[in-house]
Design a protein around this ligand. Structure first.
Ligand SMILES: [Zn+2]
Length: 144
């Protein structure tokens, strides 16, 4: 397993993504929803890996929900960076993605981003896909 660490721009929120899949072999998804396009977000996940978000400064970790509201998008409330997302508790919780833009070594993920469009999914399809493809979240410290 390799640990990929990262933080938001100001360091207020940290992320740790552990996976056995080498970055060079990791599929990179460019979600085409309006939020991810606005942030230029690139998502990765590994169902056999682990993911952890930590709040390094009190009050920094903020959650944002939109559209179907099935996931909490993890933002830094100080610098505004988007770090990743986790399924909300009602949707099953416990699974997440990381935005490689906030990792210490984003350039290690060299595969061409694949545009991903999920508009046709209904709520249950969306939750099922995430439970299958997203990374188990071991701990989220300080989430509201
Ligand atoms: Zn920040």
């Amino acid at each position: 397993m390799t640990l990929h660490k990262g933080t938001c721009h100001c360091g207020g929120v940290g992320v740790a993504y552990e996976t056995a899949v080498p970055p060079a072999d990791t599929p990179v998804r460019a979600c085409q929803c309006s939020f991810c396009r606005m942030h230029g977000a690139l998502a990765v996940s590994d169902p056999k890996g682990s993911l952890e978000f930590t709040e390094n400064r009190a009050g920094a970790l903020r959650c944002y929900r939109f559209a179907l509201g099935t996931a909490d998008f993890i933002l830094c409330g100080i610098c505004g960076a988007y770090l990743g997302a986790i399924l909300n508790d009602e949707a099953g919780g416990g699974y997440g993605i990381v935005n490689i833009r906030v990792l210490d070594e984003p350039d290690a993920f060299i595969r061409a981003p694949e545009p991903s469009v999920y508009d046709a999914e209904n709520e249950s399809e969306r939750i099922a896909r995430r439970c299958q493809n997203w990374t188990p979240v071991t701990r989220t410290v300080g989430s509201a």
